[in-house]
Design a protein around this ligand. Sequence first.
Ligand SMILES: [Ca+2]
Length: 406
Amino acid sequence: MTLNLDIQVNGLNLDFDSSSSLVQVADVLPGAQNTRSACTDLDPCDQAVSCNDTYYNDYMCVCKFGYRGKNCSEPDFCSYGTCPNESTCVNLRSGYECVGVASFSQDMSVISYSMTDDLVLATSGSDLDLTFSMRTRGRYGLIFQLREGPYHVSLRVARGHLEVNYKLKAGEFEFSQSVGTTKRQMVNDGKWYSVRFQVTNSTHFQLHVYANTEAETGVISTENGVIPVEIQPQLLDNITLTEFSPRDPGIDLTAMLQASGNTSELLLGGPDAPRSSPLWEAGFNGCLREARIGEVLLPYYVDETFANNSNSERFLAQKVVAVTHDCRGRDVCGVGGPGYLYCGNGGRCVDEWNSFRCQCPRGYSGKQCEEDQNECSPDPCRNQGNCVDGPGTYTCDCLPGFTGNQ
Ligand SMILES: [Ca+2]
């Protein structure tokens, strides 16, 4: 029996190629006859150079420059965009954005923002809804701050975990506090973490810390490419604080955001006090990936970088100081690095992003592979043979009349 299958996921046809890991292909004939020509019958392509019939009554449109999508009906703003090499262009409803990574090094690095007049933040009822991924080995460092005069809300790494810090005014009273996450989950081990920080009605905030590894994004293969599958990140730590400032007349964080670049400051990184101040702490030393407020990207490049961007609702990086756009760590294992010549006995130095460890050959252990494991314990030699320990192995000196390895 011949069966023509046409199964779609999110509007994309599933690929029955036998290399697809998703489906077991059995009794499906590759190259089976189409029962109709989709291109002729449906004329599905909009702004296309050509339409090609494909297996299982499907079609593929080859889009004209500037268009994309299954039917080439969506504008491809990225084809006119100018995202720097290290970033990825993402099409938006009315323009594009360049998603990437920013590396901060101590209190030298800072990005300051303003927002376009057209930007209305859809922050689902929150005054502030900040999301980003981070990676650091620093015990301290300021990541985010929204500041107006002496008043601010900020987020930092302190003693290796995340902490919210605020000083706000309500009427004649000032309220300030530093609050760490409940479980004190360490976030300074060089791994990636995802963070969400929400402030609602100036009365309560929530901070969530998720595990975030590259491996946690899955894909389904289709003949039109891959569909990313979102795997729910694992919640590691959080804190909810209610009524952290009196409701009325509290400071309006939305107004503070809207005034960013004018009367208020919206910053990623940066020092939180002058170096001479007793409050001074080292700035953030690490990487941030895809920071967003209300789902709108906080770009890591000044706005002049982006040509032909018709998206008028965006944050503008006003100043980008001492920020690089990769997340490369120091060359810890290279010539002159702290790991160079560190691992003994043929151990290999493994770069673990600003840290390293030794991968030891068989028979050696220890931080520097300095311990020669004793292969004679337990004694493998039989018939009173004398065991001699060697590198990763042993030899048995046999008594007269006995031979063999043991
Ligand atoms: Ca040994």
